[in-house]
Design a binder for this molecule. Structure first.
Ligand code: UT7
Length: 323
């Protein structure tokens, strides 16, 4: 059977870092509150010349370099983003053009913070269905552009950045020992759509709008939703938490990450955490964390890796793969 294996990873971050203390001059907050409640210490904020497309392109090029491939080897680009350069065309086609690709196809995927997990799962189906051979799956966001910088409940939480992986169709045995994507589980429930949303859009206000969130409400649901899809992929693959090598969760809040790992029985030392450096970068958070753990040598060939995310919609999902 065909498995989608990861050939390379890469990321790109805006030049400018913004520390918690810098928010003290903007809203009624403190470094202490942000650190204690979220685990965030700094985040990157895009300058005017840094966009979802430019960051996505840079992450894609880094992933291609890591894989020893060029754009000519790619026939599909799936970009997970909620902050596209324009309402249309898809920012994925802009990245395709920036990479000099005149072949293949590209599209955006919108599942907010779960976007990368949705995009990896979707791309896996394209590769296994024979529609493409090698794909770039990118998560790229510039959430700083849709933040209400007067709302202390949200502006301190998010950051900008991009991460990417190259997925390749490869022959597997259909066994748990195979490299590649082994199981996936996606969920959504629109009943929660007003707990985390943007208050504008082309078909309603004709404006881009700003991010609105009932943080406590999101927090309340997060751990149960995350553990639900993770238990589903464990069941599908017939494995337990002890067999896992690395847990790469969505980086929204250190407390959510710790509580989920604890509930699932995943040891602390197997959890990849970057929320302290990046804040919540929505669809970019999982590939950014993944790239960090691959680059520093933690994730190695043959390791069993679990990806997870939860966000606006609500949407949530998990992917289990062997590196
Ligand atoms: O990626 C998509 C998923 N998103 C998330 O996972 C976010 C989930 N939610 C969270 O991470 C947390 O709910 C927050 C970090 C947003 C908030 O933490 P919390 O422990 O749930 O705090 P809270 O909302 O219950 O607020 C506690 C207090 C409130 O004051 P009162 O009402 O107790 O007087 C807030 O007004 O903290 C206040 N507060 C702040 N204080 C200082 C809220 N934001 C700030 C702030 N600085 N930036």
């Amino acid at each position: 059977m065909i498995r989608s294996i990861v050939r390379g990873v890469g990321c790109a971050l805006p030049r400018r870092s913004m520390k918690n203390s810098e928010f003290e001059a903007i809203v009624d907050t403190s470094d202490e509150w942000i650190t204690q409640r979220t685990g965030i210490r700094e985040r990157r904020i895009a300058d005017a010349d840094e966009t979802t497309a430019s960051l996505g392109e840079a992450a894609a090029r880094a992933a291609l370099d890591n894989a020893g491939l060029t754009p000519a080897d790619i026939d599909l680009i799936v970009l997970a983003t909620s902050t596209p350069n324009n309402t249309f065309p898809a920012t994925a086609v802009e990245i395709q053009e920036r990479l000099g690709m005149r072949h293949g196809f590209a599209f955006d995927m919108q599942a907010v913070c779960s976007g990368f997990v949705y995009a990896v799962t979707t791309t896996d189906l394209y590769l296994r269905g024979g529609q493409a051979k090698r794909a770039l799956v990118i998560g790229s966001e510039t959430f700083s552009r849709i933040l209400d910088w007067t709302d202390r409940g949200t502006c301190v939480l998010f950051g900008d950045g991009a991460g990417a992986v190259v997925l390749e169709a490869s022959e597997g045995q259909g066994a748990i020992a195979d490299r590649g994507i082994l199981a996936a589980s996606l969920r959504s429930d629109g009943v929660h759509k007003e707990k985390l949303f943007v208050d504008g859009g082309p078909s309603t206000t004709g404006t881009v709008g700003h991010l609105r969130m009932e943080g406590r409400e999101v927090f309340k649901h997060a751990v149960a939703m995350i553990t639900d899809v993770i238990e589903d992929v464990f069941r599908q693959a017939g494995i337990t938490a002890e067999e896992l090598d690395w847990f790469v969760p969505h980086q929204a809040n250190r407390r959510i990450i710790d509580a989920s790992a604890k509930k699932l029985g995943i040891a602390e030392e197997k959890v990849v955490v970057t929320v302290d450096r990046h804040g919540n970068t929505s669809a970019a958070s999982v590939p950014l964390a993944l790239t960090a753990a691959v680059t520093d040598g933690r994730i190695r060939k043959g390791d069993l890796v679990l990806l997870e995310a939860m966000g606006g919609g609500f949407t949530w999902g998990a992917v289990l793969l062997r590196w």
